[in-house]
Write a protein that binds this ligand. Structure first.
Ligand SMILES: Cc1ncc(COP(=O)(O)O)c(C=O)c1O
Length: 399
């Protein structure tokens, strides 16, 4: 007789090991909408951990449009895009994204994760292809590169000399295709990829560029168009990736590029071919969110005012905030147990900031990862900074 519990007990052993190593995660429960002041595990706290940069998850226009699309088009599509899961609203959203990103076309996937995996896997299909990736790229890029048939090379974070040396090496091997992959804004450090240097190298060595702007869309560039726009390089970046689940406030990911890229993915991308399309309410929410980016620039302005204020105060107090240039501001603690303790103590004091430890970040760089949004008030930020100062002193992180 099969004993399900006993047969799966090996997982319990691994979990126990994680607990011993201080790497076990409990899930926090959000008892409210995702807001600057949220109820988390029944406690009212200043929330410094969401990616809701402009507060669009609860923007009245986003909710209203989601409602309208739900009423008109139903709860879901019950089909993949290539069978009968493409409503004209899906095509409308893709046109909207392409217009916004300044590209010929775009194609939407179920998540940002699926998008990154798909690009690597769908385009880099031969052992004569090479993916050259920044060391700190997001896990979905790493997994996508692993699924691709291409060979993989990693360069140290933003190290252009090492990128160039890899490009030289693959040139000497007569690579068929070369794809340089980078986050636009790095998700754990909040710094920006050196796109002008990357573009110059790509041109010199005939490589393609893919930029993941998950944390740049709605944050940098004209009206939040992302890092290519920030550097005025929109027409130089072959593939722009974004998510619909951070600033846009809903769910999904997309590739913005040429018509051929879109067409190719419709024919070949497994994540597109074998997974059902977005529920209409999500499509409606996304449509409204992109319209807000175009029409309410005050939100981005407020995001940056808050970012500068918060970062400035943390620096004044002597915290190590790394090389952040965006609303993602790490507070580097450099010790796993102390980071988790810092996060726990802040929560007790009314501030929610996740501690990020190995393996998400390298050992020795364990940190609190703070994210301010446009919707935090000055009072929220002052409250959070005072508590960060208090616990930072208590734990000896700052004097
Ligand atoms: C840089 C980056 N790319 C991609 C993703 C995945 O996006 P999604 O949450 O839409 O799957 C994330 C989210 O964690 C991210 O930070």
């Amino acid at each position: 007789m099969i004993n399900v519990k006993k047969d799966l007990a090996f997982l319990g052993e691994e979990i126990n090991q994680l607990k011993k190593d201080n790497l076990y995660r409990e899930l926090f429960i959000l008892d409210s909408a995702q807001q600057p002041l949220s109820i988390i595990n029944s406690r009212k706290v200043v929330n410094l951990s969401s990616n809701n940069y402009l507060g669009l998850t609860t923007h009245p226009k986003v909710i209203q449009r989601a409602r309208e699309y739900l009423e008109k088009w139903g709860a879901g599509t019950s089909a993949v895009r290539t069978i009968i899961g493409t409503m004209h609203i899906h095509n409308d959203l893709e046109k909207k994204i392409a217009m916004f990103k300044g590209t010929e076309a775009s194609i939407v996937f179920q998540s940002g994760f699926a998008t990154n995996v798909s690009v690597n896997q769908t385009i880099m299909t031969s052992e004569e292809d090479f993916i050259i990736s920044d060391q700190l790229n997001h896990a979905s890029i790493i997994d996508g590169a692993r699924l691709a048939k291409a060979q993989r090379l990693i360069y140290k974070h933003k190290d252009m000399a090492e990128l160039e040396s890899h490009l030289k090496e693959v040139k000497s091997k007569r690579a068929r295709r070369v794809l340089i992959v980078t986050d636009g804004v790095f998700s754990m450090d909040g710094d920006i990829a050196p796109l002008p240097d990357i573009a110059a190298l790509a041109e010199k060595y005939g490589a393609l560029i893919m930029v993941d702007d998950a944390h740049a869309t709605g944050v940098v560039g004209k009206n939040g168009r992302g890092t290519p726009s920030h550097f005025d390089l929109t027409d130089q970046i072959h593939i722009q990736i974004g998510t619909l689940s951070k600033t846009i406030g809903a769910m999904g990911g997309y590739v913005a590029s040429t018509l051929e890229v879109r067409d190719y993915f419709v024919q070949k991308a497994r994540q597109f071919l074998f997974s059902s399309s977005h529920p209409p309410a999500v499509v409606g929410a996304c449509m409204a969110a992109f319209e807000i980016l175009e029409t309410e620039p005050n939100l981005m302005e407020q995001l940056w005012n808050n970012t500068k204020y918060f970062k400035g105060r943390l620096k004044e107090l002597g915290f190590n905030t790394g090389h952040s240039e965006t609303p993602i501001t790490p507070i580097i603690v450099g010790d796993s147990a102390k980071t988790l303790r810092f996060s726990d103590r802040l929560f007790e004091e009314g501030v929610f900031v996740q501690g990020i430890v190995f393996p998400t970040v390298p050992r020795g760089t364990e940190r609190l990862r703070t994210i301010v949004t446009a919707t935090h008030s000055k009072g929220d930020l002052d409250f959070a900074v005072d508590k960060i100062k208090k616990i930072g002193n208590e734990l000896g992180v700052v004097k």
